[in-house]
Design a protein around this ligand. Structure first.
Ligand SMILES: Nc1ncnc2c1ncn2[C@@H]1O[C@H](COP(=O)(O)OP(=O)(O)OP(=O)(O)O)[C@@H](O)[C@H]1O
Length: 351
């Protein structure tokens, strides 16, 4: 399904503006992820698309048709929410069959569809159970099966994995990716988990305070964050950022300097990702000196937290057997190609 949010605003009666003139378009077959911190408007965007809320201003187009006034059941979308209420008195089979029964599908075809979807989600052996006899992950799969069994062209999922433990979350993530590939439907997925967004999405829409701040493929968002907020939000650990001044092609922060040719004099924010900082010998001419604070082995990575006067940063190394002692100096190099710069006031990425 091709979807367009055209200047969509949602203000609630208490004056909260949950979405502000959202313009967003995506293509059939995409795995669109709405990503943002709590309260950024992700669920509101999802509910507006589903037809569960009405926009205060703007239009939503599905395949070029204005559906702003169309009720949810006429929009042809499947939905999975965080509290994926299954019908507790029905078997798993009947839960999955329900959307087909209300569409009056003939029995033989219905049985074929339910079993095919159960097979795809690997829940065939639970078809006779009640929801109360399932684990969280199994119940989650039943909810996904129910949302997709009638082959909607678009499936909306609002934080569907948030009730699962970490391992199951990873597993379901892979399942969803496979499901998307096999069904070739459009998926819209809401999450505040940047890792989930980066691994699942064909495109990520990053929301902040009801506004779209970047809309791109995940790799581009990681490599060229549109502003400081996204730079500090995407990546584990996130990008290191430093407030400082450029004077004569050199960046001055409180505690260190770094060559930054080609930037005009004035205040600026410098950014570098933890994995792009190089550890160098003390004798290296342009070494930046920090002191080791805390070291965390997160095999195969090592995270080194270091300090220099008012600044702190994280260095990430891989398969690193060297010993790092707290208090010892750490000599670093910031490769010029790895540097990001942001406007000191607006936070916008600088060219
Ligand atoms: N019915 C409502 N009445 C008033 N304000 C609301 C209502 N629903 C949501 N909001 C507000 O709108 C803003 C956006 O909420 P929304 O649920 O869309 O955010 P979210 O990004 O999905 O957050 P979370 O990740 O916490 O679910 C929030 O400030 C929220 O408090």
């Amino acid at each position: 399904m091709a979807i367009v949010f055209d200047g969509v605003t949602k203000a609630f009666p208490d004056g909260t503006v949950a979405l502000q003139a959202l313009d967003l378009a995506f293509e059939p077959g995409e795995f669109l992820v709405l990503l943002g911190p709590s309260g950024s408007g992700k669920t509101t965007a999802c509910r507006l698309l589903a037809g569960l809320e009405r926009p205060t201003a703007g239009r939503i187009l599905v395949e070029g048709r204005d559906v702003t006034d169309l009720p949810p059941r006429l929009r042809g979308m499947g939905m999975v929410f965080q509290n994926y209420a299954l019908y507790s008195h029905k078997s798993v089979y009947e839960n999955i069959a329900y959307p087909l029964r209300i569409r009056k599908m003939p029995a033989a075809e219905l049985d074929r569809c339910v079993r095919a979807m159960a097979e795809l989600l690997e829940i065939t052996r639970y078809l006779d159970r009640r929801p109360s006899q399932l684990s969280g992950g199994q119940a989650q799969r039943v909810a996904v099966a129910r949302a997709l069994v009638w082959q909607p062209s678009l499936c909306l999922m609002d934080e569907p994995l948030s009730n699962l433990d970490a391992l199951l979350r990873l597993h379901m993530r892979t399942e969803l990716k496979r499901l998307h590939r096999e069904l070739k439907k459009t998926f819209v997925f809401v999450t505040h988990d940047q890792e989930e967004a980066m691994t699942l999405a064909t495109r990520v829409a990053v929301l902040r305070e009801g506004a779209l701040v970047q809309y791109d493929d995940p790799r581009e968002i990681y490599r060229r964050p549109a502003n400081r907020f996204i730079a500090e939000f995407i990546g584990r650990p996130a990008m290191n950022t430093f407030d400082g001044d450029v004077r004569g092609g050199v960046f001055h922060a409180n505690g260190f300097t770094c060559s930054l040719p080609g930037k005009p004099d004035g205040p600026i924010v410098l950014g570098i990702r933890p994995e792009q900082i190089q550890l160098v010998d003390a004798s290296a001419g342009d070494a930046i000196r920090f002191a080791i604070d805390v070291v965390e082995p997160v095999e195969p990575d090592v995270l080194i937290f270091a300090k220099s006067e008012a600044n702190a940063l994280i260095v990430r190394t891989v398969n690193d057997d060297r010993a790092y002692d707290p208090g010892q100096p750490l000599h670093l190099r910031f490769p010029p190609a790895a540097l990001h710069t942001f406007d000191a006031v607006s936070g916008a990425r600088l060219p």
